[in-house]
Design a protein around this ligand. Structure first.
Ligand SMILES: C[S@@+](CC[C@H](N)C(=O)[O-])C[C@H]1O[C@@H](n2cnc3c(N)ncnc32)[C@H](O)[C@@H]1O
Length: 221
């Protein structure tokens, strides 16, 4: 079977900036929260870790709008190459993009940002992502995570169900859709500040479609 990583390399080599240049809804939520929250609004520098950052659309938006330093990690080299090409002027001082697997991170961050990575990870990788979050989130830090819901009309029930794994399907690639209860259990090491679904429109050439995704915000217990 083709690895997850080489599949993402093919996606980025073929489609380049697949989701356009606009930030995801999660980045807008994170920006609004960090700009207004008592804990962060007067900070001169917020250290943000963007896991599975793709070509950097969210890190770039956050760096353009917040006093922060961002480390964006993705294990797809074509994605990181595109991300690095966007680093001009002051952005280059605020963001570092690295081709790196998230399991190897060890430093601690004020904010961990994970946009639409969880849904593409297999069970053991999802466990590793949660371990990375536990290890790398500062005690007073905050997690922002988005992941597709079981109510996602584009992916739920599409392709072949994965044996022994509820709500996982193999279509063009592996996809796991989450219930609220599953996220509450998976992230029971966090106090969850917000967990809600939102609908977004994915504007693609020849294939416009809607998604339903969870947005989760939480801090360590
Ligand atoms: C659906 S894309 C989301 C990209 C980006 N977060 C965004 O919202 O634009 C998922 C990304 O996770 C990356 N990824 C998958 N497994 C990874 C791993 N183990 N370490 C780092 N990145 C990974 C893929 O290469 C891909 O770029």
């Amino acid at each position: 079977m083709v690895s997850n990583q080489s599949q993402w390399n093919s996606v980025y080599n073929r489609d380049k900036k697949v989701w356009g240049d606009n930030p995801s809804q999660l980045a807008v939520v994170a920006y609004n929260y960090l700009r207004e929250s008592q804990a962060f609004r007067n900070r001169k520098d917020i250290f943000i870790l963007d896991l599975g950052c793709g070509y950097g659309r969210n890190a770039i938006f956050l760096a353009q709008n917040l006093p922060c330093h961002i480390l964006g990690l993705d294990n797809s080299q074509p994605a990181i190459d595109m991300a690095m090409q966007s680093l001009k002027g002051s952005l280059a001082k605020k963001i570092e993009f690295l081709c790196y697997d998230f399991t190897n991170v060890s430093d601690k961050y004020d904010v961990i940002f994970v946009s639409n990575l969880y849904q593409v990870l297999k069970p053991q990788e999802r466990t590793q992502l949660r371990e990375t979050i536990k290890r790398c989130l500062k005690p007073d830090g905050i997690l922002f995570l988005s992941t597709f819901s079981v109510r996602d009309p584009e992916h739920y029930g599409k392709g072949t169900p994965v044996d022994g794994e509820p709500n996982s399907f193999f279509d063009i690639r592996y996809m796991h859709l989450c219930t609220r209860q599953e996220l509450e259990q998976d992230f029971d090491f966090l106090t969850i500040n917000a967990l809600y679904e939102h609908i977004f429109h994915d504007l693609r050439p020849n294939h416009d479609h809607d998604h339903i995704s969870w947005i989760l915000m939480g801090h360590l217990k």
